[in-house]
Design a protein around this ligand. Structure first.
Ligand code: ADP
Ligand code: MG
Length: 256
């Protein structure tokens, strides 16, 4: 059974008399453990697709099954449960609380989930270790570089042990070296059995995925496996080894 199964999913936005067909009968499946990059020019429907897959928005037509559950048939409580159990989100702008430590940022989803303090702490430390930030758990996010902030955001997505990570332009605010680091991190997560679906408009970024889907005008134009995908092991040789630049994108204060 695929983890994600879209069957002729459509999304029409109505603004007054104008209809925008953001998705046009998109059929698409993703098996567990796959690493998929969604590409396409601005306005092609990438974010709409991600929002529907992430249950942040509903299709206007067609069927969407997440882990075998027809999402439109779930009531609010069931939907919240499936989402919490299954999904982790990573955003372009990191969406961390800026004057707050990495540890507290990562604990936040567990706080909402009612996990006791000691367990929150343990799991947040584990997630930060997994993204290579074990030494920086007490740094505030506004003291971190862009690449480090995005690692914190990935740890925050991982802390609930999701099966699927959804990332909309996760490297859009990063320089090329930190972009590589984040993509290698996603490769590691996929190798560890987490399904990864990310949006990018850069072919160099999509090159790290196992499969590339290209959208145009609300439709999937191409959907191809990448044989010679860039591997983490190739990168050690190509990535420059100087320190990350001190100047980093400023974290947005946000409702995580
Ligand atoms: P992408 O992420 O590929 O840039 P989007 O999924 O954001 O594309 O948008 C697809 C189309 O749907 C665009 O024409 C966009 O203007 C339109 N659209 C997206 N969100 C809304 C909305 N909330 N209301 C109206 N139109 C929208
Ligand atoms: Mg978008």
């Amino acid at each position: 059974m695929p983890l994600i199964e879209l069957d002729k999913v459509s999304k029409v936005y109505r603004m007054g008399d104008v209809e925008v067909h953001a998705l046009r009968e998109v059929s698409f499946t993703v098996e567990e453990r796959d690493f998929v990059a969604v590409m396409g020019s601005s306005g092609s429907g990438k974010s709409t697709l991600m929002n529907i897959i992430g249950c942040l928005d509903r299709p206007t037509g067609g069927a969407y099954r997440l882990d075998g559950h027809e999402v439109s048939r779930l009531d609010r409580r069931e939907l919240a449960r499936v989402r919490n159990k299954t999904l982790g989100f990573v955003f372009q702008s990191f969406n961390l609380l800026s004057r707050t430590s990495a540890l507290e940022n990562v604990e936040l989803p567990l706080l909402y989930g009612g996990v006791p303090a000691r367990e929150r702490h343990r799991r947040a430390l584990e997630a930060l270790g997994r993204v290579g930030l074990a030494e920086r758990v007490h740094h505030r996010s506004n003291e971190m570089s862009g690449g480090q902030q995005q690692r914190v955001a990935v740890a925050r997505a991982l802390v609930t042990h999701p099966r699927l990570i959804l990332a909309d332009e996760p490297t859009g605010n990063l320089d090329s070296r930190t972009t590589i680091e984040i993509m290698v991190l996603f490769q590691e997560l996929a190798a560890a059995g987490i399904t990864v679906l990310l949006v990018t408009h850069e072919p160099d970024v999509a090159a790290y995925a196992s499969r590339v889907v290209v959208m145009r005008d609300g439709r999937i134009r191409t959907d191809e496996r990448q044989q010679g995908r860039r591997a983490a092991t190739d990168l050690a040789a190509t990535a420059p080894i100087e320190d990350e630049p001190a100047a980093a994108p400023v974290a947005t204060e946000a409702s995580a």
